[in-house]
Ligand binder design. Structure first.
Ligand code: NDP
Length: 400
């Protein structure tokens, strides 16, 4: 049905490639391209069910991406490189009139600023070109937006509060490691927190608001209020939302290491001179930390990510909790990946499938909650991420 070009051969790119290969009735030809071709070859070499083409590309360079697209002629590009590459890859897709999908919003390298404005600005040009861009189609952002759209369609007349809860109760046995790209992860967590309330953003000091939240089949974990990019698109597309927050769990050891690293300046993105050469401390730290794709072996425990929603239906108060739990051991057994890469890569593949099968269509730039949630929700369980819903039960985020 379509040819897919996947850019980025990290933890998530590995999962996307394997999952596209599992759906070869949709993805008839697959190419994996990244900055380091040997990483693409390593992944391709482990897939035996269909041939995977590989290529080297610097996705910061629009011309290189355009040339690669012209040579391979994909129907869609799945961008699972880094957020810095979003705009160059969107430019290349525009020039070649090819659909686009990513899992994280654009960030400028020199300032940790998480906003959709840069990518939303492409809407008219994508519309005129007759192509679709799907933004933020991992788990969070991604499935969390689809969960919210699904709840709005099936369970609510109006949604009033939304709490996205993200727990990783897994243990990879390392003193300190991040589950996705360390640079992007640490930029996200060390910024000031922010949530939406009564039509405006409320800012808080980083990790200064936290509370215990109970997660299904895991138990109670201290959860920290942080800013997360899907809050911006969800309050825009679902304007009845009065309050939207995002909570994430962190282990004690993770926070202790992060505090020390921040105190000594290792998480800074301001360049410093070291032996006559400019280096960015956070990029140096990234070079020392384990790659997310290497964490799978021996990773124990599970993740639980969901949306806890309150609103009204037929004039009565209603609650809804939609969530998925995913086991690190099981994802490793299935495709050799840890659950954070898996829960990101599977939705990216499904989003591309939605576009190629015309279930998500319309020219322009869209966030996932703007599309029909039902076929996506159907596919989630089939491709490894079964979900659960609880209606009119107390919301764990409101307990205590
Ligand atoms: P990794 O660091 O494991 O992989 C990133 C890959 O991108 C690397 O292989 C890297 O190449 C490649 N890359 C970097 N720069 C370029 C470039 N200029 N040109 C081509 N390739 C490049 O990260 P993850 O796989 O963990 O994360 C991938 C993306 O997924 C990130 O944007 C992350 O924010 C997002 N994500 C989204 C989530 C969600 O739920 N929505 C959750 C987790 C992650 P090299 O190996 O040579 O360095």
């Amino acid at each position: 049905m379509g040819r897919v070009l996947i850019i980025g051969a990290g933890g998530v790119g590995d999962v996307v490639t394997r999952k596209c290969a599992q759906a070869s009735h949709i993805f008839t030809d697959i190419m994996l391209a990244s900055r380091t071709q040997s990483k693409c070859d390593g992944i391709a070499g482990q897939i035996t069910t269909m041939p995977i083409q590989t290529a080297q590309v610097d996705a910061d360079n629009v011309t290189e991406v355009v040339d690669l697209i012209r040579a391979f002629r994909p129907s869609i590009v799945i961008n699972v490189a880094l957020p810095y590459q979003d705009l160059p890859i969107m430019d290349a897709c525009l020039e070649t009139k090819v659909h686009y999908l990513d899992t994280a919003n654009y960030e400028p390298r020199d300032v940790a600023q998480f906003e959709y404005q840069w990518q939303w600005a492409y809407h008219e040009r994508y519309r005129e070109a007759g192509i679709t861009a799907v933004l933020g189609c991992g788990f969070d952002p991604g499935v969390t937006g689809v969960f919210t759209a699904y709840a709005r369609r099936h369970h609510f007349d109006e949604i009033h509060t939304l709490d996205i809860v993200d727990c990783n109760a897994g243990d990879h046995g390392k003193a300190f490691a991040t589950n996705f790209n360390p640079e992007i992860n640490i930029r996200e967590i060390t910024q000031r927190g922010r949530f939406w309330e009564d039509g405006r953003w409320v800012e808080i000091d980083p990790l200064s608001v936290h509370r215990p939240i109970a997660y299904p089949a895991i138990g109670v974990k201290e959860s920290y209020l942080i800013y997360h990019e899907e809050l911006e698109s969800l309050v825009r597309h679902i304007p009845s939302i009065r309050r939207a927050r995002f909570w994430m769990t962190f282990g004690e050891s993770y926070l202790r290491h992060l505090t020390v690293l921040r105190n000594v300046g290792m998480t800074s993105i301001t360049p410093i001179l070291y032996e006559g050469r400019e280096i960015v401390p956070l990029q140096f730290l990234k070079a020392l930390l384990p790659e997310p794709s290497s964490l799978g072996a021996g990773y124990r425990g599970q993740t639980s990510i969901g949306c806890q929603i309150r609103g009204v239906r037929d004039g009565r108060d209603r609650t809804c909790y939609l969530y998925n739990n995913c086991s690190h051991e099981e994802t490793f057994r299935e495709i050799g990946a840890q659950a954070v890469s898996y829960t990101t890569g599977v939705p990216a593949m499904i989003g591309a499938m939605m576009v190629l099968t015309d279930q998500w269509k319309g020219p322009g730039v869209f966030n996932v909650e703007e599309f029909d949630p039902d076929p996506f929700m159907d596919a989630l369980g089939r491709y490894g991420l079964p979900w659960h819903e609880e209606i009119d039960r107390p919301l764990p985020v409101e307990a205590g």
